[in-house]
Design a protein around this ligand. Sequence first.
Ligand code: ADP
Ligand code: MG
Length: 587
Amino acid sequence: MRTYDKTDGALPLAPRNEEETTVLLQEALGMAATTGLLMRSAGGSRADTHVKPAFCHAPVCLLPNALPVQEYVKARRLATIWNLLVARIAHDGPWLLQTLASVLPHDEFTRRLVEIFQAITGAERDVQKIQLGITRSDYMLHAGESGSGSPELKQVEINTIAASFGCLSTQVTRLHQYLVQKVLGHSRLSSKSFILPRNETMRGLAHGLAAAHKEYLRQESVMFNPSQSSRPGRRPCVLMLVQADERNINDQKLLEICLWEEFGVLLHRATLLEVARNAHLDLQRRQNLLLVSPLISDTCKEDVQEAEVEVTVAYFRAGYDPSDYPSEGEWKGRELIEMSAAIKCPSISHHLAGTKKVQEALCRPGVLERFLKDAEDVDAIRNCFVGLYGLDPECEGATAAVAAACNSPQHFVLKPQREGGGHNLYDQDLVQALSQMTAEERAAYILMEKIRPPPFEAFFLRDYSVLRGLAVLELGVYGVYLGDSEGKRVILNESVGHLLRTKLASSHEGGVAAGFAVLSSPLLVGGPEDSGILSKKYFSTLREFTMSARVWRRQRFWKIGATGIAFWGVGLFLTYIAVSKRSGKLQ
Ligand code: ADP
Ligand code: MG
């Protein structure tokens, strides 16, 4: 068994010949169809899919890709620190506004988001103090200056809104478990040479939504007497805000089904425009968000209460791109949600805390220390940064950074305040943009040093056929945070799972929905220094991430319980000795 090797990009797992590749392809297509590892085919409208679903397998890697085990463990551990960091940034309104100020004159979209934020906080209309954060921090392996030394994960960005593909990534791990064992015949994926870690993202995300739903209902029961809090016929539910022409619909439906089956919580999907048209706030209570049930047709709406659902959690899988707001109606929908008592995922401040400008500001000296008290946490986060440069005229080093990028564009990425892929500028496009913009216009962008991942060979399955090529990978780690924005009351703070995306080394961008990358899963291997054998240290630290979350929690519970009983026993024994001594029994 060969392990990860940064110099020759050896594959730990590969099909042995053409025939095996064909078998893997057929098995993968069957498994994808059966487990819902699908995406809606391009071109079908949302209305069409109600009648005639047109789904295709999600683009995937045929086999998992090697990733150094220590880097995986590091990234999983960072998730809870990121969760807290983002929550605290979101709470620090003045810092957030000051940081984003230079972006606003030339970025109308961010300006409108900031205006909503100001309207809510300024008028103290923020009636919900608890927020749900579903974050995904994305990393790529960085080979370092000379390509020497072990590659380390460096952060690409943190997503605080609509971090997608969590459920499909759970299904990709299942697919790879199945293919490797059935076709390649490697029966022990948790061997000393490699581990295919469990991926419980789907359940972890559903658990976060269910916990937020429960918290909302708890608040209601504390604030109102039972007859007021739960109006007959008005069912509480989670609302997922979606794009009208969403292709990644299975990822969303899998979450909806998991939330219902595992936690008994209903989820409805609606667009921002549908919210604007069909929702209102219950002003007699605390601005509860009531929505005409998306399932009930216009003719059956006589009993208004029967037809309405009460939104406990507003979960945004849309609303992060200007194209999500083609009319004022969508903005109205967003404002209605932000003013409501529903727990937002994310709140508008959480959304803004994930902007590229904030990411750049965090690199400046002393900024991480403002939000994180623990020096080890600061070091761990700072260690995953590459060079980030603000371009507003007041930013120290802005002129030098622009000059460096124009001279060596291959070492930089120019990023606007956008999400969803396809917005960044590279190479000559970057040079042209920087030289055409005024200094003020540049302030809406950040410059980022390019991460240089070591390429390896991979097998892509796309549009029913297999393509072999040199690839690079991007690891995303999902975090779930439920608590107040100060980080004082933390109900949930977890690292729930991962997403591995693999793309052709020649491609700049990395989005799966945008068509640049495919879904994959990490095959954890010892770093080059371990000569292929996973060390004991990593085996034990990996337990919490490779074991089922439920088993892990149960084991941890028993461990804590046993320790408690042991302490209690020792205490009792010492008390007995002390009492005996005093009463003269022991001399
Ligand atoms: P978006 O929010 O649009 O997804 P990202 O910052 O994640 O923007 O960038 C999109 C893609 O571009 C990433 O998935 C990655 O593949 C590539 N990319 C972004 N930043 C860098 C970087 N510093 N070095 C190398 N590739 C990068
Ligand atoms: Mg991204």
